[in-house]
Each structure stands twice: as structure tokens, then as C-alpha cells.
Design a protein around this ligand. Structure first.
Ligand code: C2E
Ligand code: MG
Ligand code: MG
Ligand code: MG
Length: 279
């Protein structure tokens, strides 16, 4: 450990260190318990098709309904869940909730759109994800055409044969594959083509640049051209202004998602968005 001049300051450092460690361990215990007791809810954020101005799909985004701290966003607990491996169990919990919700919507509502689920690379590496999906679909009697999978570039890069095999099994089942946060990770364009993805979701960093600079627009246009040439649809993430929306229309982007269209919302509110054109 670090040598300090005064004994007092060393003790102070020590105490802070142990306090931080204690808090981290406590949070880990809480997360473990939250998974056992299921303290999670799923919010849904629509993606809008620019041709029809209708929602074509919704993304499932998990929130932790913490007994003392209220509703926690993924940024506050997903990193710990990833680090500890709890993400595998949490991911299955989310998938179960989504399938249950889809079954309910399919039974009661006229407008049901597919739901995309964010999947961690650990779920791909440590489980048979195709089996996890077919199990959840069978339990809730949900058609594969109602599910989509979002994967980040980094999570599939250096793709082991196990991961590649899982991806092609999933696609053969009729579940669409989406690349999430495109442009932020290590990307290999060749690998994108190899893996046969259906949809490219371009990270919000690129969306915000289209109304700031000409280069930003040129870059986005090039991504769209590339994706279309590879047979993928393009979704702009993080659309926050009407100006961004009109530029994206002009660039022939296929779909948009973001606060300007709709916030992520509880299931009932998200469902009502499907009844009318969005923006
Ligand atoms: P993501 O998959 O890229 O999801 C999009 C995030 O951007 C969401 O944050 C969403 O609320 C936010 N967002 C949507 N529109 C806008 C906008 O117009 N402006 C801005 N600034 N942000 C917008 P959220 O819900 O906090 O989720 C953060 C991340 O946590 C997700 O990023 C995803 O990587 C992860 N995540 C969420 N749910 C799950 C899950 O069930 N499993 C796993 N493995 N990861 C999840
Ligand atoms: Mg996502
Ligand atoms: Mg994203
Ligand atoms: Mg993200």
C-alpha cells in the first residue's frame, strides 16, 4: 500500500478504501437478492419507420425497482452485473418478462410489434442462447417473428465459433439480429457482412453530429449507403430534435428511435404509442 507521511492521513485513506469496498460488496449483495426476488421492470421504447411514421418495433430496456433508491437505470447496475456474471441470470429474467408481455399483447391488442432484447456477450459465451430463446418462446407461446436481438459490435468481434454458431441458429429460428451502438466499438465491416445482420443501429453520437457539421452528415450518409449495400436496414439512435429527423429522412435512413419520437415507457403507455402515427 501507499506510504504516507502522517499516520492520521494513512488511517483516513484506509477508512475510505474499506468504506468504498464495503459499499461495493453491499451493492453486489443487493443485486444478487434483487435477481432472486425479481425487482426488475422492463420499459419499452418504440422505433419508428420513416416511410409509414409508425412504430415497427420496440426495444426492451431493463430498470431496477430498488426498494430504497427507487427506479435505477441500467448504467447503475449493468456494469456490475456484467463483471460478476449475474448478467446471464438477469438477461434470462428480462427475456422471460418480454415474452410474457408479448403473449399478453398478442392475446389482447390489435397492434403487436416485435420487441428487441439487448443481449450481453457473456450470455452468448456462457450459455446456449438459442436454447434459452426457444425455451422462453415455448413457455410463453411466443412466435420468433416477435423477437429481435441487439448485440454490440465489440460483443461479437473476435467471434468464437460458438458465438457464430449461436448467431446463425438464432437467425434460422426467424429472430432478427441487430447491431447495436454501431460506430462505438471495434468494427470489422467484413465481419458484419459475414454474420448476416438484419439491422444496423447507428450510435447516438453519429446522430447528434448530423445537425452540427457537414462532415457529420457525410459520414452518416456513407454508413447508410454501406448498410443498404449489405442488405441491412438502418436505425438512427438518440434522435432528439425535429431537425435531426428531417435530415435523416433526406438521407433515406429507414427507422429512427429517440426521445423526440418517444421516451422508454412502461408497457401500458408504450402500447398506446402503437395506435397512432408517432411523429
Ligand atoms: P442501448 O441498448 O444502446 O439503449 C439505448 C439507450 O439510450 C437507453 O438507455 C435509452 O433510454 C437511451 N436513449 C433513447 N433515446 C435517447 C435519446 O434520444 N437521447 C439520449 N441521450 N438517450 C436515449 P438506458 O435505458 O439507460 O439503457 C442503457 C444501456 O443499458 C442500453 O443501451 C443497453 O446497452 C443496456 N441495457 C438496457 N437493458 C438491458 C438488458 O436487458 N440487458 C443488457 N445486457 N443490457 C441492457
Ligand atoms: Mg440496444
Ligand atoms: Mg444502442
Ligand atoms: Mg448503448
Amino acid at each position: 500500500s501507499v506510504k504516507t507521511s502522517g499516520k492520521g492521513s494513512f488511517r483516513f485513506f484506509d477508512q475510505q478504501f474499506y468504506e468504498a469496498l464495503r459499499q461495493q460488496l453491499e451493492f453486489e449483495q443487493e443485486l444478487r437478492r434483487a435477481i432472486e426476488h425479481d425487482e426488475f421492470v422492463v420499459h419499452y421504447q418504440p422505433r419508428m419507420d420513416l416511410a409509414s411514421s409508425r412504430a415497427t418495433s420496440m426495444e426492451a430496456l431493463v430498470r431496477w425497482l430498488h426498494p430504497r433508491r427507487g427506479l435505477l437505470e441500467p448504467a447503475e447496475f449493468i456494469p456490475l452485473a456484467e463483471k460478476t456474471g449475474m448478467i446471464v441470470r438477469l438477461g434470462e429474467l428480462v427475456l422471460g418478462k418480454v415474452c410474457g408481455q408479448l403473449a399478453q399483447w398478442a392475446a389482447r391488442e390489435a397492434n403487436v410489434v416485435p420487441v428487441s432484447v439487448n443481449i450481453s456477450s457473456r450470455q452468448f459465451n456462457e450459455t446456449d442462447i438459442a436454447r434459452v430463446f426457444s425455451g422462453a418462446m415455448a413457455r410463453h407461446n411466443v412466435a420468433p417473428s416477435l423477437l429481435e436481438i441487439e448485440l454490440t459490435e465489440s460483443s461479437m468481434m473476435g467471434g468464437s465459433s460458438h458465438v457464430l454458431e449461436s448467431l446463425s441458429k438464432i437467425r434460422a429460428m426467424g429472430i432478427k439480429l441487430l447491431v447495436d451502438d454501431f460506430g462505438t466499438g471495434y468494427s470489422s465491416l467484413a465481419q458484419l457482412q459475414l454474420l448476416d445482420f438484419d439491422v444496423l443501429k447507428v450510435d447516438k453520437a453519429f446522430t447528434s453530429r448530423i445537425e452540427q457539421t457537414e462532415q457529420g452528415r457525410i459520414l452518416f450518409a456513407a454508413i447508410i449507403t454501406m448498410a443498404h449495400a449489405l442488405g441491412m436496414r438502418v436505425v438512427a439512435e438518440g434522435v432528439e430534435t425535429g431537425k435531426q429527423l428531417s435530415i435523416l429522412r433526406a438521407l433515406r435512413c429507414d427507422e429512427v428511435q429517440g426521445y423526440f419520437i418517444s421516451l422508454p415507457q412502461a408497457a401500458a403507455e408504450a402500447q398506446s404509442v402503437l395506435l397512432s402515427p408517432v411523429a
